[in-house]
Design a protein around this ligand. Structure first.
Ligand SMILES: C[S@@+](CC[C@H](N)C(=O)[O-])C[C@H]1O[C@@H](n2cnc3c(N)ncnc32)[C@H](O)[C@@H]1O
Length: 411
């Protein structure tokens, strides 16, 4: 899988060769790429396109988990106050990424709301769906996957009677961070966000500051870190969620609702990140250590990289919603989400290894490549794959995600 020797790789690094990823993102080699909010916002995305490691091809697990929460989503939609059919109904998916998951969910939401209008004997309104993510998201792939608008040029009545394979809503992309304002005041009926809010706006500064007690020495994730590191991560998560809720409380129409799902954990201890811990805190961590031990990167380079993800406990989440005070909590719970590993042959260790490496790469590959370049990124993930293959059985048994599910209404 990787042809270059360690010496060749070291040579190309010391000659300052710039990888395609680095050129594309214009981040000077050696910089920490994720420490500032602005840098992370410019850079972060799931792997675009429709190739082997793309999000479009590696998000079946999220699709499955989302389907398990559909009844709770519908319960949330039942709480939305319906307006006159003259007023367009507005849905926004925040952190939509670039696969079909978002298209499926928006379709579910629109169809459910249509049914509610019909149940009270009203014509449904027109629908607007906003697909929102960071600017580096692959919106092109997403837009190409969108089904055509039903009855182009016809009346909305015709559109709403959309046959399968067509959409019955107007679609638009909204680039920007959900930690800031994205929409005009009081303009959105339903916000949906799945598997996105565990992404922090930045790596907490203290975590990569050598002088700080929270410095995450020798680690690339919070899992297994010190208490001081964990506190820095938790503080960042809570500040980010507070900013998210502040913005949504401006943008949501009165009577609107919000359905949020993100990675969560069952343990009180934040250094035990459950599934996220296994994904980024074990084989991924060991693969970084391999690169250091093989002399391909310095230990400082590794220590400067941290995954900006935090799986909150219910308490971490609840404290922020309560402190914000704008939303009534209809439901707030931790659910067992299942495994991110989708494999045809569970006995095939190589396939399990590849699935884990792809899961890891599809969500963190862009950040890794920007930090160490595409070639070393390739080296890193092939080591993740080798290591994961050796622990295939254990991974299948133990890798399990938990999700925080929140249904909130705007009073
Ligand atoms: C794992 S994907 C989830 C995609 C989709 N919701 C699904 O259910 O399959 C997480 C998405 O959150 C986005 N994201 C992370 N931080 C964000 C932020 N601050 N603002 C907007 N989107 C963000 C990422 O770019 C990524 O596309």
């Amino acid at each position: 899988m990787y042809s270059s020797s360690a010496t060749e790789l070291q040579k190309s690094l010391s000659l300052g060769s710039i990888s395609i990823g680095q050129r594309r993102n214009m981040i000077p080699a050696g910089d920490n790429v994720v420490v500032s909010t602005m840098k992370l916002e410019k850079l972060l995305s799931m792997k675009g396109g429709q190739g082997e490691a793309s999000y479009a091809n590696n998000s079946q697990a999220q699709a499955k988990h989302a389907r398990c929460t559909l009844h709770l989503l519908k319960e949330t939609l039942d709480r939305v106050q319906l307006e006159s059919p003259e007023v367009p109904f507005v849905v926004a998916d925040l952190g939509c990424s670039s696969g079909t998951n978002t298209i499926y969910i928006v379709d579910v939401i629109v169809k459910h709301v249509i049914k509610r209008y019909e149940a009270v004997g009203c014509e449904p309104p027109e629908f607007s769906a906003f697909f929102s993510d960071l600017p580096s998201n692959d919106f092109n792939t997403l837009f190409q996957l969108l089904p055509p608008l039903a009855s182009n040029g016809g009346s909305m009545e015709e559109c709403l009677a959309a046959p399968n394979g067509h959409r019955s809503y107007f679609a638009a992309g909204v680039p920007g961070s959900f930690y800031r304002r994205l929409f005009p005041s009081r303009s959105v009926d339903v916000f949906y966000s799945a598997f996105s809010l565990h992404w922090l706006s930045q790596v907490p500064e203290a975590v990569i500051d050598k002088r700080s007690p929270a410095y995450n020495k020798e680690r690339v994730f919070i899992h297994g870190a010190t208490e001081a590191t964990a506190n820095a991560y938790r503080k960042q998560f809570q500040a980010d969620l507070a900013a998210f809720l502040r913005s949504r409380s401006e943008e949501m129409k009165r009577g609107g609702s919000m359905f949020l799902v993100c990675l969560g954990r069952t343990s009180v201890d934040p250094t035990d990140q459950d599934g996220a811990g296994l994904l980024f805190g074990t084989h991924f961590q060991d693969a970084w250590d391999d690169l250091v031990q093989e002399g391909l990167i310095t230990s400082e380079k590794r220590d400067n990289f941290n995954i900006p993800v935090y799986a909150p406990s219910l308490q971490d989440f609840k404290e922020v919603v309560e402190a914000n005070g704008s939303f009534a909590i209809n439901r707030l719970e931790v659910l067992r989400g299942g495994s991110p590993l989708v494999v045809d042959s569970p006995d095939d260790a190589a396939e399990v290894g590849r699935a884990l490496a792809n899961s890891c790469r599809t969500v963190s590959g862009v950040l890794v490549d920007a930090h160490i370049g595409d070639r070393l990124g390739e080296e890193l993930f092939s080591r993740v794959q080798t290591r994961a293959s050796r622990h295939a059985k254990e991974l299948l048994e133990q890798l399990q995600f938990f999700h925080i599910v929140a249904s909130l209404s705007f009073a």
